[in-house]
Each structure stands twice: as C-alpha cells, then as structure tokens.
Design a protein around this ligand. Structure first.
Ligand code: OKP
Ligand code: ZN
Length: 334
C-alpha cells in the first residue's frame, strides 16, 4: 500500500498537556514518528496543494490564529508553548476580541493542545499528506495510508483540541467531494470520538460519519459521541455513534464493527476514509480498551471487505513500543 509522510511533520513537538489539575508530558510526542516510519517502510512526500483545500473545511480566521498564536504569545513576554485558559460558554455572543487568550478560547475546547512555533507548519503538511493520499486513491490505487501527525479528528471548522488542529480526514473528504465523488463515508476507529469530524459534517448527508469509541459518559471528549447524535437537518441519519465501555476487547468490539460496516454499506458511498487510531490497544497509556496487535489485522480485513477505495488517515496511538506493530498489523490486514 502506498504510504504518505512529510518530514516537516516532525517539527511540532508539544512538551506538556494540562489535565487533572497538573501538567503532564505530552502523549502526542515526536517519538511516535519513528515508531510508525519503521513499520511502514518507504513513504512518498506529498505535493503542495496550497490552502484552498484546507479552507474548504476551516475558517480563514481560525487558520490565521494557528499561524500567529505562538508569535503573539512571545511578543507578550511569555515563554514556552501556547495554552488557552478561558473558554466562552457555548452560544455566547460572537465578539471581535483582541487579546490572544480570548481568541484562543474562542477557537479551542481543551488544555491538551498546545501551540508551538512549528505547529502551523506541521499541520499544514499533515493536511497535504492526507490530500496526496486521497489523490492517489482518486488516481486508482485502491488504498493508501496517510501518516498524519498530530491527529486531526477533534479539530472542528474553527476550533482545536484533543491534540488536533487541522482535520485531515475532513479535508480529504471535502477534496473528494470537490473532485466529483458524490458520497463519502468516514469510519473512525480511534479510541476517542472524533467530535470535530462529526461537527463539520453534522448537517450534511454527502459525507457520512460512523464512529466506534469509548463511551463519552466516562471518556474524553465527553460532550460529543453519544448514541443519540444522529445528525441534524439534511444530515439527519447520516451520523452513527457506537459508544463502548472501558475494558472492551475484540470479542465485544467486533459486533460494533459489523454494525458500523453494515451501516456504511447502506450509505452507498463511493469512497471510504478511515480515521485510524491505535489507541484502542491494550497498552495505550491514555485509553482503556483491550485490543491486541493481531486484532487490527482482523479489523482491517473486515473494513477492506467493503470493497471501497479507501484512504487510511492516522489519528491517535500513544503506546510507542506497540505502535509500529499495530500499524503494520492494520495495513497488512488491509
Ligand atoms: C486524541 B486522539 C488525558 C486527558 C487528555 C486528550 C485526548 C486526546 C486524544 N487523560 N485527553 O487520540 O483522539
Ligand atoms: Zn484517540
């Protein structure tokens, strides 16, 4: 399978994330890169398709914030990485605010997602990596793997969070639509619900979203991913959430996958994008499912049996020692 990766994605190097009242070492660290590269072998460098395909998903104001935030932070005499610390209650009125802290709050939802000097550049090339993967599918390679980092599925049209800044899967889906695919399905098998992807396509039925994830009653991102979120307006019925309990192993996971794949089959999609997270693995340090390395091969075989052109986009996976084997298992199974 063709694999895409851009070396410029190494530059984003978050140091810390804030939760449980304290700073912790960032789980989404650069150590993930070599673990994955060692497992996938040869990669192709993406071509630059510019901002246009990114602007199909994200607002210009939001992209500008990602680009300038760290510079403005330093200009205020601060050091280290950028963290938001105050957030507007949902639905509070739109305000044109100046202070970096206010603008950060308007465009984010957590304190796990610091912005450093290279965050924008890294994410830009992550999006290009997803796009080059997509175009190789459109050119007829049946499947491709886009090694994007950091992950993207928590990023909405105008917000970051959950280690995510640009929603690579959504950017690829929009590019597929722009290239004339009328129906695109996204299957998200990361441990965490992809709230950004759900939000971006919530009111639409041309890009459908199915996710299997840890129950948001107990797990991040809490406010999205519940089973009764089925889409709204035109998108009613085009969103499927399957929350599973902590402790889920392959025996309990497999029926959920069957349900999601049956649902996707009924969508009559022409193209599939898989948001693949290896953080469902039993060794993952921030997650609580019990999948084993060999289970990813079984998972991928079943996804492949849909017979759709498929772009696999990397999301989470933080057990560095197991990450390469897990990805090799998934790609091998596919
Ligand atoms: C990104 B992806 C940790 C709290 C911070 C953030 C999780 C982001 C996951 N106990 N949680 O892999 O979906
Ligand atoms: Zn995750």
């Amino acid at each position: 399978m063709k694999c895409f990766w851009d070396e410029r994605q190494r530059a984003h190097a978050p140091v810390s994330e804030f939760f449980n009242g304290a700073l912790h070492p960032a789980a989404e660290n650069v150590g993930r890169v070599d673990a994955v590269l060692n497992a996938i072998g040869n990669t192709e460098t993406p071509v630059d398709r510019g901002l246009e395909p990114i602007l199909r998903v994200h607002s210009a104001e939001y992209l500008e914030l990602l680009e300038v935030a760290h510079r403005e932070w330093l200009a205020l005499g601060r050091s280290g990485e950028v963290f938001p610390y105050t957030f507007p209650i949902l639905g509070r009125r739109p305000l044109a605010l100046e202070r970096i802290d206010a603008r950060l709050g308007q465009h984010s939802f957590d304190t796990s997602t610091p912005i450093g000097p290279s965050t924008w550049n890294t994410c830009y090339w992550g999006a290009q990596t997803a796009l080059s993967g997509l175009f190789s599918i459109l050119d007829g390679s049946g499947a491709a793997f886009a090694f994007c980092r950091p992950p993207g599925h928590h990023a909405g049209a105008d917000y970051f969070g959950g280690y995510s800044y640009l929603n690579n899967a959504a950017i690829a889906a929009e590019a597929a639509r722009a290239q004339g695919k009328t129906k695109v399905a996204i299957l998200d098998v990361d441990y965490h619900h992809g709230n950004g992807t759900q939000d971006i396509f919530n009111f639409r039925d041309d890009v459908t979203y199915a996710s299997i994830h840890a129950d948001p009653k107990t797990d991040y991102p809490f406010f999205w991913g519940h089973a009764d979120e089925t889409g709204d307006g035109n998108g009613e019925g085009a969103n499927l959430n399957i929350p599973l309990a902590r402790g889920t192993d392959w025996h309990a996971y497999a029926p959920a996958l069957t349900q999601a794949l049956d649902w996707i089959e009924r969508q009559k999609a022409e193209l599939l994008i898989v948001s693949y997270g290896a953080d469902t693995h039993e060794a993952d340090p921030i997650s609580h499912f019990k999948l084993k390395t060999a289970d990813y091969a079984a998972m991928a075989r079943r996804i492949a049996s849909l017979g759709l052109p498929t772009l696999i986009v990397m999301e989470g996976g933080y057990a560095i020692e197991a990450l390469g084997d897990n990805i090799a298992s998934f790609l091998g199974g596919f």
